[in-house]
Design a binder for this molecule. Structure first.
Ligand code: SAM
Ligand code: SF4
Length: 476
């Protein structure tokens, strides 16, 4: 059985490894992507960088000349999981060696950044460890590692985890992969907020915003290649403050207005945003840019001001409520999503009840809840007032039950309504298409092949806890 399939946490996307073909390619590249959408985008850009060096994507790890594990460090035991995956990669490498073929192994992403030299020491199978800010050096690094594999020593053990002065975005080649109907575009990376539970400022580095002109040009290329929806990505996307097109600085609202002028771009989304950066311009854009979809993922983490302070979130529950009110005034149908952490050190039952109250009041369309897990190197990891596993599990179950109830009720409200659905994937059943409503529902419907990558009006005939089913004949 093949154990090395791509599966990103929230938005699985395996297109990167399978589609483009480079006629001059002589070597095969397999990238396994873990974690967030930004890793999915990065994997695509790594494939672009290596396409120029003659690597063609494959979906079959066993035939790869080069394997990259693009890792995520946000969850507990992330590094351990990568080491056990490397055991499986080693078995593939041995099997290839028996066929007289070689396989280079690279680890990228946030675990690579966090482990660095340690990974080369602990995992002899790894030829190259490359952090997120060094992907533009990949062709050179892979060539060096490949050359070392041909020597008697057989392994270079390269570690590229510095934060280079230059931006990788200025040096990565333009994307070569064909876009689907829905494309990711990273506009901002890194974070200066230092929430006490989070590894991102350490693994992705300081906040950096790409120049608006580069983003508009990339968006134009994506649309020309077939994208109808663009999801703007950033660890702190609404902190975006890039160089403007004619000088000055653009914020995210200005960037969205610029993108909305691109012909053929039907939908704009952005993630992940921070309540502190939800400024008036951006709230106003939700009210008057029709392409900006009525769905916003705005993580709250906790409803308790005491815990928010201990988390260094720099906003209160009251601030968050006011933002939601303003957003709903600007765009009454906006659907809200969020992230929550339960069992942060020092969280009492009373703190947790404040989270439950806030969730009840906001009424989410969708949200993720996690048990707090201590991330090595973060300030909260050394806190002593830890919450018991039992209490964390109880709180998680209670919060997830409430969120599931809200999501089911939200979905139920769309029964019988006709919605424009952008179908960007095939479903599992014959003739079935899968796509998204403006409110980010997963919608399935049976229809002709011509629906692929199109926006189609469908009438919702069934609403389940996780998605909707539609029928286009009813919409005619
Ligand atoms: N930048 C976003 C923000 O400010 O909320 C969050 C980005 S983080 C990559 C994604 C989510 O992972 C967070 O919203 C948080 O809920 C969760 N997370 C991060 N660190 C965690 C930890 N140590 N334990 C549990 N969940 C964590
Ligand atoms: Fe992590 Fe988000 Fe906080 Fe930055 S703002 S430290 S990415 S949780």
């Amino acid at each position: 059985m093949n154990t090395l399939r791509n599966h990103a946490d929230k938005e699985p996307d395996t297109r990167m490894t399978g589609e483009p073909s480079n006629p001059g390619a002589t070597r095969k590249l397999f990238i396994r992507t873990y974690g967030c959408q930004m890793n999915v985008y990065d994997s695509r850009r790594m494939a672009d960088a290596l396409a120029a060096a003659g690597y063609e994507p494959t979906e079959r790890p066993e035939e790869a000349d080069c394997i990259i594990l693009n890792t995520c460090h946000i969850r507990e035991k992330a590094a351990e999981k990568v080491y056990s995956e490397l055991g499986r990669v080693r078995a593939l490498q041995t099997a290839r060696r028996h066929e007289g073929k070689d396989m280079l192994v690279a680890v990228a992403g946030c675990v690579a950044q966090a482990e660095g030299e340690e990974m080369v020491r602990r995992a002899p199978v790894v030829d190259l460890v490359v952090g997120p800010q060094s992907y533009h050096h990949l062709p050179k690094l892979v060539a060096q590692a490949m050359a070392a594999r041909a020597t008697p020593r057989g392994r270079a053990g390269i570690v590229a985890t510095d934060f280079p002065a230059e931006s990788k975005f200025d040096h990565l080649p333009e994307e070569t992969a064909a876009a689907g109907a829905s494309a990711f575009l990273t506009v901002q990376e890194g974070c200066d907020k230092f929430c006490t539970f989070c590894v991102v400022p350490y693994t992705r580095g300081a906040e950096y915003s790409r120049p608006a002109g580069d983003i508009l040009a990339e968006a134009q290329r994506l649309v020309a290649a077939g994208a109808k929806e663009i999801m703007l990505l950033g660890q702190n996307v609404n902190a975006y403050h890039g160089e403007g097109v004619r000088g000055g600085e653009w914020n995210l609202a200005r960037l969205i207005r610029g993108l909305a002028e691109i012909d053929g771009l039907q939908r704009i989304r952005y993630t992940t945003s921070h309540p502190r950066d939800m400024n008036d311009d951006l709230i106003e854009a939700h009210g008057d840019v029709p392409q900006l979809m009525p769905y916003l993922h705005l993580p709250l983490q906790s409803g308790s001001d005491r815990i928010l302070k201990a988390m260094n979130r720099k906003h209160t529950g009251g601030d968050y409520r006011r933002i939601i009110e303003q957003l709903r005034t600007a765009r009454p149908d906006i659907a809200m999503a969020s992230d929550f952490i339960v069992g942060f050190p020092g969280e009492t039952d009373a703190d947790f009840q404040e989270t439950m109250r806030l969730v009840q009041d906001v009424n989410y369309a969708q949200a993720y809840a996690f048990k707090y897990s201590a991330r090595p190197g973060t300030p909260a990891a050394t806190a002593e007032d830890r919450v018991s596993e039992e209490a964390k599990a109880e709180r998680l179950a209670a919060l997830q039950a409430l969120l599931a109830e809200q999501q089911a009720a939200f979905n139920g409200r769309f029964l019988g309504r006709t919605l424009p659905v952008l179908f960007d994937r095939l479903g599992r059943h014959p003739g079935q298409h899968a796509g998204r409503s403006p409110w980010m529902h997963a919608v399935h419907a049976v229809g002709p092949e011509a629906w692929r990558n199109q926006t189609v009006d469908v009438t919702i005939t069934a609403a389940g806890p996780h998605g909707l089913t539609g029928d286009a004949r009813e919409a005619a």
